[in-house]
Write a protein that binds this ligand. Structure first.
Ligand SMILES: O=P(O)(O)OC[C@H]1O[C@](O)(CO)[C@@H](O)[C@@H]1O
Length: 545
């Protein structure tokens, strides 16, 4: 029996028939305590669910579904290292990466807490060497530019964190600029190589597998650039200019990263859950080791909340379960991520991978196909900019969309009044948008008289997440909250959120197509692919002649 045939699911279906058509403006009119009833806080975050299309009864029924799916036991299984990643037969222990050293965690014979902390300390030593100018380029220059080469989980987390926590970078380490290169097309790399000095540039090759073609292509180009600039061998260049961060040390060595320049993490760290491991080195380089540790501490705070708080007040559990309500019972399949703080500009892209690569699945843990919906389509943008781009669709389009509004309560405390006023303006916009999305033009007195093209129907559900301030701690907690939300949903849908088989075949097909560009009689494909390759070849011939 799949979950959609279970008693708790059936009860929610019935409840959705009764409540589902009720407009948010009526829910607010009936109960002026909605905010108190439906907002919860923990670990620097307040989540206001009152603008979701829920009643207390909805939450009770969602909790019953979570209990029926044994969520509390599954949470414990995650933290204690059970093999929750069934298709790859291993644990998913990202929570262990942010656990304080004193708390032991046995995995088989080993206490992995010790291993994790020695890796962290080794990373910190390298970071210090780079910060204090001890690490030198091939001509003795200290390092001033660091380029993280990685993609997906080996890029998005560190990139997001560096932008989010930029203001915490102290003056002593500002001389190091950290850049990110991910795309295999080479555009980011080409732009950088044109303007930086090879002798003072260090590359961090971040790749769990050390076999991702995007990352290897960029790394090969980078090494070639250094070899050409220095006239030295690639071995010597690798000694001074390449650090490898990986769970596949043999492959890193084969590529040419000397062992002393390698930092390792573990196959039980999923790529998109890895910014807490040595993959986060770019974050420590940019914001300092102490801030990296504060980020881990904030995430750990959220972990403890998730592990020990009853479901009725558990932020990640509620966030996940209300998502389930929207997707599976209110039939909403689009989710917008709207940070009202430019420092969180990369949060939407990060969550796109976290949520869609984790839960974009259609087969249960037992390998059965099912009929219910799973992960919705996520996208987003910094809220104030999105207002001038796609909010038209949110307010007047035909699609139901659930939104997450995210903002800090306090900002610019140490700056002048102008910037503080800008923050207030931003918050006012954030609250205005969620209010209008929920209530529609009932916020006006005489909206009924307006022509249809000026009407706002409202009833678009949203959650507002307010951080006390954006700090390394609150940022860590926020991201951990979303990680756990994804896990909660996977437990309900009975899917494995820790594998990503859906990205493998594309890599294989691309490899085989590469031959087609040079050998036109290579294996047959399809008329579109062949036609497009012919067109590219023809363009090349014309340029040559
Ligand atoms: O760190 P790696 O092994 O280079 O992988 C990069 C990314 O590629 C993926 O495997 C998808 O192709 C992601 O899951 C991962 O974050």
């Amino acid at each position: 029996m799949t979950v959609d045939q279970s008693p708790a699911w059936t009860a929610l279906n019935k409840h959705a028939e009764e409540l589902g058509n009720k407009h948010l403006k009526d829910l607010f009119a009936e109960d002026d305590q909605r905010f108190d009833r439906f907002s919860f806080s923990a670990a620097h975050c307040l989540a206001d669910f009152s603008k979701q299309r829920i009643s207390s009864n909805t939450l009770e029924k969602l909790i019953q579904l979570a209990e029926q799916q044994r969520l509390p036991e599954k949470i414990e299984a995650l933290f204690t290292g059970e093999h929750v990643n069934t298709s790859e037969d291993r644990p998913a222990l990202h929570t262990a990466l942010r656990q304080p050293k004193e708390i032991p965690l046995r995995l088989g014979e080993a206490d992995i807490s010790q291993e994790i902390h020695s890796s962290l300390e080794r990373m910190e030593t390298l970071v210090e060497q780079i910060h204090n100018g001890q690490w030198r380029g091939y001509d003795g220059s200290p390092i001033t530019n660091v380029i993280n080469i990685g993609v997906g989980g080996s890029d998005l987390g560190p990139l997001m964190a560096c932008r989010a926590l930029n203001m915490f970078t102290s003056a002593e380490i500002r001389h190091i600029e950290v850049h990110f290169v991910s795309s295999m097309d080479g555009s980011q790399l080409a732009r950088l190589l044109n303007k930086i000095d090879p002798a003072s540039t260090l590359f961090i090759v971040s790749s769990k597998s050390f076999s991702t073609i995007d990352t290897l292509a960029n790394s090969n180009t980078a090494r070639e650039w250094l070899v050409n600039a220095s006239g030295l061998s690639s071995e010597l260049i690798s000694q001074h200019h390449f650090i490898g961060i990986t769970a596949s040390p043999t492959k890193a060595s084969e590529w040419g990263i000397p062992e002393k320049n390698q930092l390792h993490f573990w196959d039980w760290t999923g790529g998109r859950y890895s910014m807490w491991s040595a993959i986060g080195m770019a974050i420590a380089l940019h914001t300092g080791n102490d801030n990296f540790r504060k980020m881990l501490a904030g995430a750990h705070e959220m972990d403890s909340h998730f592990r020990h708080t009853p479901l009725t007040e558990n932020l990640p559990a509620l966030l996940g379960m209300i998502g389930i309500w929207n997707i599976n019972f209110l039939d909403i399949h689009a989710h917008a991520i709207l940070p009202y703080d430019g420092r969180l500009q990369h949060l939407p892209a990060y969550l796109e991978q976290l949520e869609m690569e984790s839960n974009g699945k259609s087969v249960t843990l037992n390998g059965d196909k099912f009929d219910y919906s799973t992960c919705p389509i996520l996208w987003g943008e910094v809220g104030p900019n999105a207002q001038h781009a796609f909010y038209q669709l949110l307010h007047q389009g035909t699609e139901s969309v659930m939104c997450d509004f995210i903002a800090p309560a306090l900002r610019y405390q140490e700056y002048g009044e102008e910037l503080q006023a800008q923050h207030q303006l931003t918050l006012a916009n954030c609250l205005a948008q969620s209010r209008l999305l929920a209530l529609g033009d009932s916020v006006l007195d005489n909206a009924d008289n307006a022509p249809l093209h000026k009407r706002y129907r409202g009833n678009q559900p949203s959650t507002t997440i307010i951080l006390d301030e954006l700090t390394p701690e609150s940022f860590g907690a926020l991201i951990a909250m979303y990680e756990h939300k994804v896990y909660v949903q996977s437990v309900i849908w009975e899917i494995n959120p820790f594998d990503q088989w859906g990205v493998e075949l594309g890599k294989q097909v691309a490899t085989s197509l590469l031959d087609q560009f040079t050998d036109p009689v290579a294996a047959k494909t399809d008329s579109s692919t062949e036609g497009l390759i012919r067109f590219v070849q023809q363009q090349r011939r014309e340029v040559k002649s």
